[in-house]
Design a protein. Sequence first.
Length: 259
Amino acid sequence: MAETQIEWTDATWNPVAGCSIVSAGCTNCYAMEMARRLEAMKIEKYSGLTRQSGKRVVWQGVVREDPASLDIPLRWKKPRKIFVNSMSDLFHEGVSDAFVSSVWDVMRRTPHHHYQILTKRPERMASFLLSLNDDVLPNVWLGTSVENADVVDRIAALRNVPAAIRFISFEPLIGSVGTVDLSDIHWAIVGGESGRSARPIREDWIDEIYEQCQSYETAFFFKQWGTWGKDNKRRSKKANGRIYRDQVWDEMPVTSVGG
């Protein structure tokens, strides 16, 4: 587990490493480059997960379970918001049901933490959770990524997931998502892409999500403009900042557990 600069969480926990590209939002995934760096640092867990493709680093499709990392949250006594698998997808087809169950057991045993699980495979998430006979952990938030209108069907799949908190990461937002149904969705994160190959974000794409969050009473969190600012000019992510509609939006979902 590591402290993180991700604005909507406190720490990351990676019991799984490696992934594969499934949609346009994956194209510039930061985790691919990070995995390459970690492999260069001789961290065995990340060995062989990526390959060079032209000037880009891409996933090989190799997914590695790491049982040795399972007990890490048990050592953390101070309550934290924990992003689970920032370097992978817990519901990737390469992760066994048995290992997902082991992760669930750790989260059950540490109710003082909030766990945030984000997937691009919400159908499998729903199938797994339903197989647990509605074993809803109040400290576990379950979400899916939606980068544009091509993948909005993930929202309907997420609604089938038994969860205390359901959330959507509209990041990187690379296109309009159009009109979406946010009923039973408690939280929305919105952000532009960053990095040398970042694709632009447009304010009207953010507006349509913000306005729908208002209609559905879904908490709205604006993470960043990214590499392209409100004025459609390229700058550093830090320079473009997080101001939207003249303020910082750090809304969080209402939870029933402390931390």
